[in-house]
Write a protein that binds this ligand. Structure first.
Ligand SMILES: Nc1nc2c(c(=O)[nH]1)N[C@H]1C(S)=C(S)[C@@H](COP(=O)(O)OP(=O)(O)OC[C@H]3O[C@@H](n4cnc5c(=O)[nH]c(N)nc54)[C@H](O)[C@@H]3O)O[C@H]1N2
Ligand SMILES: Nc1nc2c(c(=O)[nH]1)N[C@H]1C(S)=C(S)[C@@H](COP(=O)(O)OP(=O)(O)OC[C@H]3O[C@@H](n4cnc5c(=O)[nH]c(N)nc54)[C@H](O)[C@@H]3O)O[C@H]1N2
Ligand code: SF4
Ligand SMILES: [Mo]
Length: 682
């Protein structure tokens, strides 16, 4: 090893199951190489292709170097400005709007998952420090499922991935880890080697399905119907675990009464499966235990997505596949997020300013931005977010943005969203700043330390919040409660409690610099079989759900709406070489992902007279795009997938509320995968 390198610890802050810990190799203040951190107990020193490519992200020729101002907005006429000018302009506007409306509600923040680090809550913290403001509230990834898991188990837990090695049956249900969660695959392969049988249930014959022992192709949104048919089969063939049901579930009697009169034929028709497929799943769950079920985010992005998750939860419970080694329903977890989030807690002491949030629905943001009139939103701060490419109702959004008096975007690149802004502020990357990251999947916490100085004039989110707060208070005393005098390290220090340290088995956060630490949570989710639900048991019947105007049963059949004019379902699956809109500007991405294409079944192509390789039109009531058609037997007649991503795909997307999401995330999920379209040859 060349001793002239310095090695620093980092964590990939992307919205990704793996939250990899990384090592940065620096020489002469320049990052030379990035590798995985072998001390990370889940990712074990491996990164994905994006991770190994970070040098090309950090030193990308298009990376923003300076604060810039565009005048007029949308003209493309950008001018470099100083940080002083940027901060003064922003602070001036914040003060002016406050005095105009006698409130901060005309200020709105839209932040999401560009960077999931704890210190990246700085802008929320800053907004909290002003008083009551407008905020995008909700979640595009997992909202329906989060509510569903909460109704049934009362908490969000996952097992350590090693637990899967004890499984006899593994069901990958609406999850494509070969693309979106690659580290999981080594565990799955190892479980297979030890004899586990892997079943993939997906509308698409995915790369994960290809590695599985059995693939069950389903109609999108019909998971609840399959679960019901399986439950009925289990009931009729005594494959349920009576002891477990009595001891650990609530509502088994009611659920049986609900299932018994339903006809199997009808359930089979609803889900389009054969009785053999249903029998197979039922027997695997009932006889080949433990069964480990992984529910992905794709399957719950439907109008009945939450209900479908509850249906699978019920299946696992009926067969006693919860809380035992190698079993369980894995979706996503929050038990390791033990930070204090103190960064959010610097509230104004002035009661007049009453801290709090006027919620703008994250998934229906365009609408809410226009709806709020008392006062209207006039100032929009966008960070960690590519609003224009990732949102629904893009046309409406663009219109809503016209009535903003100031739009500020904090970014690494001049994204489509940044181009709609007045001021763009350059942000540091995880190689230039401090941070902490917890995962929504595994149980490791990693730290991020700076390896190199900030790229040109870029600044961390935290530094921007501090600067703005300081300036506001210079303009008007006590205007902002966000502390401008704490260092990054002090902010980190405040994120830990003694209990958290104990659970990480460290005495000081600096010990994370020696390697990531596992939070001391059970290795098998719900191993104590204690549930924080109202009944203290798994809720097959949920009064809470009922009170929230939902079916009390996890198994209610709710068909998702189909449209006659737009009879095909376009799935918006997440792809291997990007994270949402990120990484698509890398030369290697462009090399591999040449042209967006739509994949359709040859039978559909024939029906529509579409030749392979021809350009076709894909459209619905929201818009249309032209795209290259490719034949694929990996989808069925009614399902379409796009790969690689088409940058204008969200033109077709409106807000279609899912059944759940409000309870935990503050807003219903968007049923992104119920996107109904039609196609035509050109
Ligand atoms: N068509 C379609 N639309 C979708 C989806 C889909 O599958 N298809 N998926 C939905 C889902 S699940 C999600 S999670 C959302 C994702 O929506 P977003 O969170 O908006 O998307 P990303 O592209 O992950 O990241 C947004 C931006 O953050 C920037 N960024 C990265 N790091 C930093 C940083 O440290 N600081 C700052 N200030 N910016 C940073 C990136 O450059 C990027 O432009 O999209 C939703 N919309
Ligand atoms: N490489 C990579 N990794 C990522 C991301 C990325 O963009 N790229 N994005 C990150 C983010 S923000 C998220 S939210 C996650 C999402 O990652 P995943 O949880 O894997 O979700 P998706 O890719 O949306 O969908 C997974 C699978 O669900 C299937 N599916 C769709 N509808 C249904 C249905 O009704 N029933 C069933 N059974 N299956 C269905 C799809 O065909 C797809 O194969 O991944 C994260 N990780
Ligand atoms: S994108 Fe995901 S898998 Fe890739 S380096 Fe980042 S956290 Fe790891
Ligand atoms: Mo997501």
């Amino acid at each position: 090893m060349d001793q002239t390198y310095s090695i620093t610890r980092h964590v990939c802050p992307r919205n990704c199951y793996s939250s990899c810990s990384m090592l940065g190799y620096t020489k002469n203040r320049r990052l030379i190489k990035v590798t995985g951190d072998p001390k990370h107990g889940y990712t074990k020193g491996l990164l994905c292709a994006k991770g190994y490519n970070y040098i090309n992200n950090v030193y990308h020729l298009d990376r923003l170097k300076y604060p810039m101002r565009q005048y007029p907005r949308g003209s493309g006429q950008w001018q470099r400005i100083s940080w002083t000018e940027a901060i003064d302009t922003i602070a001036g506007k914040v003060i002016e709007l406050y005095h105009r409306y006698d409130s901060h509600l005309s200020l709105a923040l839209n932040k999401y998952s560009g960077n999931m680090g704890v210190l990246h809550h700085a802008m929320e913290g800053f907004f909290n420090g002003l008083g009551r403001t407008s905020r995008a509230v909700g979640n595009p990834c997992w909202a329906p499922g989060m509510d569903a898991i909460y109704y049934d188990y009362g908490e969000h837990q996952t097992s350590d991935m090693e637990d899967i090695l004890h499984a006899e049956t593994i069901i990958l249900w609406g999850i494509n880890p070969v693309w979106t969660s690659i580290h999981a695959m080594n565990y799955i392969y190892e479980a297979q080697k030890r004899g586990a049988k892997v079943i993939t249930i997906d509308p698409v014959y995915t790369e994960t399905a290809k590695k599985s022992d059995t693939f069950i192709q389903i109609k999108p949104g019909s998971d609840g119907a399959i679960a019901l048919a399986v439950a009925k089969y289990i009931l009729e063939h005594n494959l349920y675990d009576a002891e477990f049901l009595t001891a650990h579930t609530n509502g088994w009697g009611e659920l049986q009464e609900y299932i018994q009169p339903l006809s199997m034929e009808e359930a089979l028709q609803q889900c389009g499966q054969t009785i053999e497929a249903i029998q197979f799943i039922a027997e695997r769950l009932g006889r080949n235990k433990p069964a480990y079920i992984w529910l992905g985010f794709g399957m719950q992005r439907h109008q009945n997505g939450g209900q479908n998750i509850r249906a699978v939860n019920a299946l696992a419970a009926i067969t006693g596949n919860i809380g035992r080694k190698g079993s369980g329903v894995q979706f996503g977890q929050r038990t390791t997020w033990k930070f204090t989030y103190n960064i959010l807690n610097h509230l104004p002491s002035d009661n007049q300013k009453a801290a709090g949030v006027r919620a703008l629905d994250f998934n229906n943001f365009a609408n809410d931005l226009q709806m709020q009139q008392d006062p209207p939103v006039k100032f929009l701060w966008i960070t960690c977010r590519n609003l224009i490419t990732q949102s629904a109702n893009i046309q409406q959004l663009k219109k809503a943005l016209q009535s903003m008096e100031l739009i500020v975007t904090v970014e690494h690149f001049l994204t489509e969203t940044a181009q709609y802004s007045d001021i763009v502020l350059p942000a540091t990357t995880q190689f230039e700043e401090w941070d902490l990251v917890a995962s929504y999947w595994h149980h490791w916490i990693s730290i991020n330390q700076p390896a190199i100085p900030p790229y040109f004039e870029s600044k961390s989110e935290l530094e921007i919040a501090r600067m703005l707060s300081k300036r506001l208070n210079e303009f008007e005393a006590d205007f902002s409660a966000f502390p401008s005098d704490f260092t990054d390290e002090e902010f980190i220090e405040q994120e830990f409690t003694d209990e958290f340290y104990q659970s990480l088995q460290i005495g000081d956060w600096r010990e994370l610099l020696k390697g990531p630490r596992r939070v001391d949570v059970p290795k098998t989710a719900w191993e104590a079989l204690e549930f924080k639900t109202p009944s203290g048991k798994i809720e097959l019947f949920s009064q809470q759900a009922s009170e929230n105007q939902l079916s009390p049963f996890g198994m209610a059949l709710l068909d998702n709406r189909k449209s006659e004019n737009y009879p095909f379902t376009l799935l918006l699956n997440h792809e291997p070489f990007r994270i949402n809109s990120q990484f698509q500007n890398l030369p290697s991405y462009k090399q591999i992902n040449k042209e967006p294409s739509i994949y359709l079944h040859p039978s559909l192509a024939k029906e529509k007279g579409i030749r392979a390789g021809s350009l076709i039109r894909i459209f619905n009531e929201n818009g249309e795009i032209m795209i290259r058609a490719r034949y694929s037997e990996e989808v069925n007649h009614h399902t379409l997938v796009i790969h690689p991503n088409h940058p204008l795909i969200n033109k077709l997307l409106a807000f279609t509320p899912a059944d759940m999401g409000e309870f935990i995330t503050g807003g219903k999920g968007n049923a992104l995968n119920d996107l109904q379209v039609n196609i035509a040859k050109l």
